[in-house]
Design a protein around this ligand. Structure first.
Ligand SMILES: CC(C)(COP(=O)(O)OP(=O)(O)OC[C@H]1O[C@@H](n2cnc3c(N)ncnc32)[C@H](O)[C@@H]1OP(=O)(O)O)[C@@H](O)C(=O)NCCC(=O)NCCS
Length: 388
């Protein structure tokens, strides 16, 4: 084939299937977690998510992901102690966060903080990811976010207390006061639900970076960047924006119709893998019913009901259901978090899964380096700048 500039395009490529967005492509083997999309089922290391939600602590789930089995009492106590010891941030990292503008997005602050941690001379993170580093990074995520959350309000960061668990420590470092049980318990269940989710975009990012032989902070910095996008983890604050914009039950139909007529996507619906309801959405719906105000829950419920009906009517073949983000908005705002801290809170949980995936990748590593189908021109001739 000859182009307008005399170049030829590649025409002798074998006809390969083109899985746009790598849909359906198996990119790695993992024993960590799996999404059974048709059934609407999520499994961590053999445990259905319903088996763990509300029963296992976040630390038990993190241990399960890292070690492949639930901890004994002694192992859990040891992990809690190690997390407690690892929570304080190096001063250099706090200084980097202090220099960020208050207008920065918290996910940008987190990404910067994790990167700064990798460059700090605390000497904890070297080029070979290991369990100690995974624990340390998981312990430090809440502190990085809380430091930024406070500094942007003109408040000083609060030192973590070693007796807190992860959910308690996060809320304590954010708000500077002892968290109430009605806030940290739902936060903890939320953290257990979001800890891992098969070969999602941010996990894949972490594994790709780790596969190059890079360090853990680089892999997790990349993962934070991938999670930030609204098609992945950046949706729940947009769900809150949507619900606040809708405002009341009588506006639901008009608002949704206008959004769909514009071609907008409704945040909190649809999923690449689930073709049934996301099991986490079901659990979070139940939590939202208890944690959020009756008015807000009613508005969420009505919006969900009408959105599902309209999506079914407009895209009958697409099988679009409620995803995890929809009721995350109600649960996280009920525990006192502003919308822009929703995706960062997702990251506080997912760092356990990301680090477990990096360790799994390193246990049997091969560089992840796929092919692309070349569709550009060929055989172009260089023309000197004077003649262009
Ligand atoms: C999650 C998501 C990115 C999955 O995307 P995907 O697998 O690439 O799906 P596609 O982009 O191929 O979408 C398939 C079709 O469903 C439609 N669709 C998917 N999600 C939709 C949504 N939330 N609202 C309206 N339409 C939606 C698309 O417009 C597309 O329709 P078309 O083929 O007629 O153009 C997508 O469902 C989405 O954007 N959801 C909203 C954002 C969100 O909630 N993200 C959090 C995910 S946990």
């Amino acid at each position: 084939m000859t182009g307008s500039n005399g170049s030829t395009a590649v025409s002798d490529q074998p006809a390969l299937p083109k899985p746009e967005g790598l849909e359906g492509v198996v990119a790695a083997s993992t024993a960590l977690s799996h999404v059974f999309g048709e059934e609407g089922k999520l499994v961590y290391r053999g445990f259905d998510i319903h088996e763990l939600a509300g029963k296992a602590s976040f630390e038990e789930v993190a241990y399960l992901l890292w070690m492949g089995q639930l901890p004994t009492r002694g192992e859990l106590a040891d992990l809690l102690q190690r997390l407690g010891e690892q929570r304080p941030l190096p001063t250099q990292v706090i200084d980097v966060i202090r220099d960020l503008p208050a207008t920065a997005a918290p996910m940008d602050a987190l990404r910067t903080g994790v990167s700064a941690l990798g460059a700090s001379d605390a000497g904890q993170f070297d080029d070979v990811p290991d369990l100690d580093e995974a624990i340390s990074l998981t312990a430090k995520f809440p502190g990085i976010l809380a430091a930024f959350f406070r500094l942007r309000q003109g408040l000083e960061p609060v030192s973590p207390r070693s007796e807190h668990n992860t959910a308690q420590s996060y809320l304590y470092q954010l708000f500077g006061r002892e968290p109430e049980e009605k806030h940290w318990r739902p936060s903890e269940v939320y953290l257990t639900l979001l800890a891992d989710h098969g070969m999602n975009a941010s996990t894949f990012t972490a594994r790709v970076i780790a596969s190059t032989g890079s360090d853990l902070c680089s892999a997790i910095t990349g993962a934070v960047g991938a999670l930030k996008g609204p098609l992945h983890g950046g949706a729940p604050s947009k769900v809150l924006d949507m619900l606040e914009d809708i405002g009341s039950a009588e506006n639901v139909d008009r608002w949704l119709t206008e959004a769909l007529d514009r071609g907008d996507r409704l945040m909190g619906f649809g999923h690449r893998v689930y073709k049934a309801e996301d099991p986490r959405a079901e659990i979070l719906r139940g939590m939202a019913a208890e944690a959020s105000t009756p008015d807000f829950f009613e508005l969420s419920r009505r919006t969900e009901e009408r959105a599902l009906a309209m999506l079914q009517e407009r895209k009958p073949d697409r099988r679009l259901y409620t995803n995890v983000e929809f009721y995350s908005a109600a649960v996280l705002s009920a525990v006192g978090l502003p919308g822009d801290m929703f995706t960062p809170t997702f990251a506080v949980s997912r760092v356990a899964g990301w680090t477990a995936h990096v360790l799994e990748q390193m246990s049997n590593n091969r560089l992840i380096r796929p092919q692309s189908e070349f569709v550009g021109p060929m055989d172009k001739k260089f023309v000197a700048i004077e003649q262009r």
